[in-house]
Design a protein around this ligand. Sequence first.
Ligand code: ADP
Length: 224
Amino acid sequence: PDVLARACGVCKSYGPVTALDGIDFAVTAGETVGLLGPNGAGKSTLLNLLSGLRQPDSGLVELFGRDPRSPLARQLLGTTPQATSVPATLRVRETVDFVGSHYADPVPTGELLDGFGLGPAANKQCGGLSGGQQRRLLVALALVGRPRLVILDEPTTGLDVEARENLWERLADYRAGGGTLLVTSHYLDEIQTLASRVVVINGGSVVADGQVDEIRSRVSVSRV
Ligand code: ADP
């Protein structure tokens, strides 16, 4: 199988805190993987390693078979780190144009914004968007370069029901077009609408990995 991202025996600590404890994890082309786990489980740390924002203390991390910090690998990745915020004074259209200009074949800005319900906000400054609009813009930016793999950390946090459904639709479109998706959530319900596979981590290790139904029968509560 075509492994797009993987971590083998990866450890990562922050001072005395062990965030990842020898974790093994891989994402194969065409999958939608839901990464679940309680706060502090190590989800963000794993995503940050896979997207090249941090380095492991030990073990191997690869993105498209390369060091995740390699520009060649990063060009094929679309991502929205949890902490990222939009540039306050740039207009929405300018922001999408700017990010898209880094890619060979970006999605046309108007098409992308319409898909995310942001067409009417195209000429607004990003700082003037609502919190939900900003989050949708960030996900749109993750998709603008037609990436082979998209990594999203809790993309629907703070969104109302309608915006949440719209976002899942756009991600379903991306997947239907052959895209591969790795997404974290606190909610199994949310993950199961889209994910083909669910990986549960806790204490920096994988504690369950399988099809949604399999995991559901093992994890009795919908909120992990
Ligand atoms: P999750 O995304 O599942 O909530 P994290 O990867 O953010 O988990 O955190 C894993 C552990 O590492 C937690 O105990 C957290 O407090 C700690 N941690 C994460 N980032 C840092 C950091 N920058 N400095 C110190 N500790 C951190």
